[in-house]
Design a binder for this molecule. Structure first.
Ligand code: ZN
Length: 160
């Protein structure tokens, strides 16, 4: 038997420690929570993707009474970015959540399906997507979704 160690690291920044660019992206993600349609969970998530040319595309969670038919903020933003600006790679993605009248203290991480989609975006453009997960008590920053998705399944698995 052998054992491997899988290590993920994230940096945690206070809001004032974030760069102006990072704050801008986080603010767009926070703003996007207000366009969420979440009558079932009342958990309003916003995502903001910055593209290579600086364009920022936002999305929010859109729920449906048939739950699987809705989708998350991250996928709304990324699929829209890829559909509207297919030639622009996604450089960064910020996520924020508004719940019970305020932004969450702890960052809201992407669900498993969104992590896989972010990985797909990294594969598509051949570059990592920097992730910023906003919380009132601190923002987690990762250089790639791979920090959130160890032992990820990618196209490379089908070539091996
Ligand atoms: Zn999701």
């Amino acid at each position: 038997m052998k054992e491997i160690e899988i290590v993920s690291k994230a940096k945690i920044y206070g809001y004032e420690e974030l760069s102006e660019n990072d704050r801008e992206l986080v603010e767009q993600a926070k703003k996007a929570t207000q366009s969420s349609y979440a009558p079932y969970s009342n958990f309003h998530v916003g995502a903001a993707a910055r593209l290579a040319d600086g364009t920022i595309v936002t999305g929010s969670n859109q729920e449906n009474s048939a739950f699987p038919s809705g989708t998350c903020a991250e996928r709304t933003a990324l699929f829209y970015a890829n559909a509207r600006y297919p030639e622009q790679c996604v450089k960064e993605l910020a996520v924020a959540a508004f719940n019970k009248g305020k932004f969450t203290a702890v960052p809201t991480p992407p669900c498993g399906a969104c992590r896989q989609v972010i990985l797909g975006v990294e594969e598509r453009y051949g570059r990592p997507v920097r992730i910023l997960l906003y919380g009132e008590d601190g923002t987690y920053v990762m250089d790639s979704v791979k920090a959130l998705l160890p032992l990820q399944f990618s196209g490379e698995n089908m070539n091996g």
